[in-house]
Structure formats: structure tokens, C-alpha cells
Design a protein around this ligand. Structure first.
Ligand code: FAD
Ligand code: UDP
Length: 363
């Protein structure tokens, strides 16, 4: 069977490209997805207790990219939502990222922003060169805060020391000398009013889009042909892992439901130094759903399993470059998204990348 356009993967990357091809070009497109649902990792669903959960971990949309925000706003309305995270340090729950509130609560002080700057400057370790995530944290906040907030969380999340990890990872977490305890400060922030799955359904509500669920591309690869292929699966799998298996970090998601209205003080509580899980999410505090019950999620990072995060080390990047060299030789095959581009993309960056691909190569 021949198709003009085939998209592998029905995550945000694949759906954005499919939507553009179907709506703007008015062309037919086949989307092949190995899971039983669309949405990729932003998929959400109602569990047996009627609570809306994010099946692959807490997803909060935030961006400064107006065009991406306006694009997704065609498919959903948003609940204004400012994400807040608490972290358990020395037995207390205090705001994360590190803000004036965090420092004052941690050290039982009442510093002003200027005093906090002086305080932190004294703790920060001067460095000539920032090479790793450990350097990022030490150079910003010093040894003690690094150990309490970052070192063990990062070891749990990635299974290696922060000194082995790219600077971009801990750089995701800002340091603020003010009382703004929001997790993100982007201009546009929100939760899709009826959930991510509904938003994704609206993206593909076009008869030009045909979705084949429960189908691994590898199973049909030799049975179909295409003019253009957009591949959003793991980069190594496309090439039969010929340069070795690429490392991705996985997570075991463990959900628990309780017979109470509220489980914890914040939508997400991080546990850098206790337990084997990294954080607990309470979904009702993200979605504002009302119920007598509440569902929480504990995330246990794993080396093996479904790939969720590209592994941010120099060795892995070098290995990925071998695949990139292969990709550069392809004609009419494009690699897109978190898994195929091997980049620690947020949702907005994935949509941006997909819109760019469409505008620059497919339009
Ligand atoms: P995916 O969503 O991974 O989609 C790829 C799809 O391809 C999957 O459905 C997969 O099943 C399918 N596929 C793979 N191989 C094949 C094959 N051979 N055949 C057929 N189908 C295949 N971003 C934010 O902006 N805010 C957040 O708060 C946030 N929280 C996150 C929390 C967690 C725990 C995780 C893991 C990610 C989070 N993200 C967040 C990132 C966000 O999930 C990603 O940026 C986005 O979902 C990536 O979209 P994608 O389409 O590139 O990849
Ligand atoms: N991090 C940390 N302590 C925390 C939160 C995050 O050390 O309390 C580090 C950790 O290395 C993590 C990275 O910062 O992988 C990025 O955190 P983010 O919350 O962005 O992770 P994500 O939501 O993408 O899993």
C-alpha cells in the first residue's frame, strides 16, 4: 500500500505534523501508533474511581512561544494554572525551585532579596568552567543546598552522579531572589480544560487523518511505501540499533487512590532524600476536579522500560551523533520529537519543532 504521508507516533510531535498536513495542505496522512491510544506521553484518562490522571506523569503546559500557544489554543480552552512544587528537605516541605521563601524557610531567616543575594553569593562555589549539572548547582547555590535539593534527586532520576550529566538538566531549575514560588514563569501557562487527550482528539478530527493504533511501525514497515515519512519513535530503533542501543531513562508509574479529598499540600511534592521515588503528584490539584477520593502518582525512575527521557551525557550524545549522520543521508524521512531528536524537549518545544518541520520542509 502506498501513502503520500506516513507519520510514526501519535504523540504531540506526530499529531502536530499530521494536523498541519491534513488541514493546511488538505492531504491524506496515515499515523501509525504502537500504543492503544493517541497523545503519546501527554495522554490522560479517567481511572476506575473517575479521577482524571496523567498516565505518563504530571504534564503542565508552559511556554513563551506565542505561536505555539495560539496553535494549541485552536484545539482546547485552558484553565489558568500556575504550577507549584514543594520539596521535602530536613523533614519540612518547602518551596521548589530555590527562591527567597525557600532560603528563609530552610534556614529560619527573614532575609530580603538583597540579603539573599549576599547570602547565596557567599555559599556559591566559584568556577572557571561549568561543565556538568553538578557544576551548575554548586556554582549557583554551593555545596549544602546542592546536597539537600539536587544531588540525591538527580541520582535517583538518572541513576548517575550529577557530575556525569549535561549542564542543561539542572539548569532547568531556576534560582530566584524573590518570593515568586511558581515552578514556571512563562507567559502562557495552563491545563487543557478537558484534558490533553481531548485536545489531541480535536487535533486529529479531520477525515484526512487515518490512525492505526496498536501497530508497531516495524511490523508494517515492509508492507507500506510513502513519499514522505515523519518518524517520532526512538532514533536507534529506526536503524535496527546498528550503532548500539541508545540510552533512554524510563519510569515506573505507580498510582494509588485514597478515600480522602486531599492527600498533600501541593500538586507535586519532591522527595530528594527520602524513598525510592522522586516525587508524588496529586492529580486533582492539577485538574481542579472535585471528588471525595483522590489519586496520587509515585514515580520510580528505571534504566529499562518504555523510553521517556533521552539520556543527557556526553557519551550518549556522541552515540546519537552516529545515528544523526545516518539521518542526514535520508531523502524524505524526517526525525522529530523527544525520542527521535534525542532532546529533553518540553511539550511546547516539541510543537515548535513540529511546526518548523512542517513550514520548512513539508509545506
Ligand atoms: P511521545 O509523546 O513519546 O510520542 C511518541 C509516540 O511514538 C509514542 O506514542 C510511542 O508509543 C510512539 N512510537 C514509538 N515507537 C513507535 C513505533 N515503532 N511504531 C509506532 N509508534 C511508535 N512537558 C511539558 O511541557 N511540561 C511537563 O510538565 C512535562 N512533564 C513531563 C513528565 C514526564 C514524566 C515525562 C516523561 C515528560 C514530560 N514532559 C513535559 C515532556 C512531554 O511529555 C514531551 O515533550 C512530549 O510528550 C513529547 O512528544 P513526542 O511526540 O515527541 O513524544
Ligand atoms: N532536580 C533536582 N531536584 C528537584 C527537582 C529537579 O535535582 O527537586 C533536577 C533533576 O536532575 C531533574 C532536573 O532537575 O532531572 C529537571 O527537573 P524537572 O522538574 O524539570 O524534571 P521533569 O519534570 O522533566 O522530570
Amino acid at each position: 500500500m502506498h501513502y503520500r504521508y506516513v507519520v510514526v507516533g501519535a504523540g504531540l510531535a506526530g499529531l502536530t505534523v499530521a494536523e498541519r498536513i491534513a488541514s493546511e495542505k488538505n492531504e491524506k496522512v496515515l499515523v501509525v501508533e504502537k500504543r492503544s491510544h493517541i497523545g503519546g506521553n501527554v495522554y490522560d484518562s479517567y481511572n476506575e474511581d473517575g479521577i482524571l490522571i496523567h498516565n505518563y506523569g504530571p504534564h503542565i503546559f508552559h511556554t513563551n512561544d506565542k505561536e505555539v500557544y495560539e496553535y494549541l489554543s485552536k484545539f482546547t480552552k485552558w484553565n489558568d494554572f500556575w504550577h507549584r512544587v514543594l520539596t521535602q528537605v530536613d523533614g519540612n516541605l518547602i518551596p521548589m525551585p530555590i527562591t527567597l521563601e525557600t532560603i528563609n524557610q530552610l534556614y529560619n531567616l527573614s532575609l530580603t532579596p538583597e540579603e539573599m543575594k549576599e547570602f547565596i553569593d557567599k555559599l556559591a562555589v566559584p568556577m572557571d568552567e561549568i561543565k556538568t549539572s553538578r557544576d551548575v548547582a554548586l556554582s549557583k547555590v554551593g555545596e549544602e543546598i546542592y546536597q539537600k535539593f539536587f544531588e540525591n534527586y538527580t541520582k535517583k532520576q538518572w541513576g548517575v552522579d550529577p557530575a556525569e550529566i549535561d549542564t542543561s538538566v539542572i539548569s532547568r531549575i531556576p534560582l530566584r531572589y524573590n518570593r515568586d514560588t511558581r515552578y514556571f514563569t512563562d507567559k502562557y501557562q495552563g491545563m487543557p480544560r478537558h484534558g490533553y487527550t481531548k485536545m489531541c482528539e480535536a487535533m486529529i478530527a479531520n477525515p484526512n487523518i487515518k490512525i492505526l493504533l496498536n501497530t508497531d511501525f516495524e511490523e508494517i514497515r515492509n508492507e507500506i511505501t510513502w513519499d514522505t515519512l515523519v518518524y517520532t519513535g526512538p532514533a536507534d530503533e529506526y536503524y535496527g540499533c546498528k550503532h548500539g542501543k541508545l540510552k533512554y531513562r524510563s519510569i515506573d508509574f505507580v498510582f494509588e487512590t485514597y478515600d480522602c479529598e486531599s492527600y498533600q499540600e501541593a500538586p507535586v511534592v519532591n522527595y530528594p532524600n527520602d524513598f525510592d521515588f522522586t516525587r508524588i503528584t496529586e492529580f486533582k490539584k492539577l485538574t481542579w476536579q472535585e471528588s471525595k477520593k483522590t489519586t496520587i502518582l509515585k514515580e520510580y525512575p528505571q534504566a529499562e522500560g518504555e523510553p521517556y527521557y533521552p539520556f543527557p551525557t556526553a557519551d550518549c550524545k556522541a552515540q546519537y551523533a552516529l545515528y544523526q549522520a545516518e539521518m542526514a543521508q535520508e531523502k524524505n524521512v524526517y526525525f522529530l520529537g523527544r525520542l527521535a531528536e534525542y532532546r529533553y524537549y518540553n511539550m511546547d518545544a516539541v510543537v515548535r519543532s513540529a511546526l518548523n518541520l512542517y513550514n520548512e520542509k513539508l509545506k
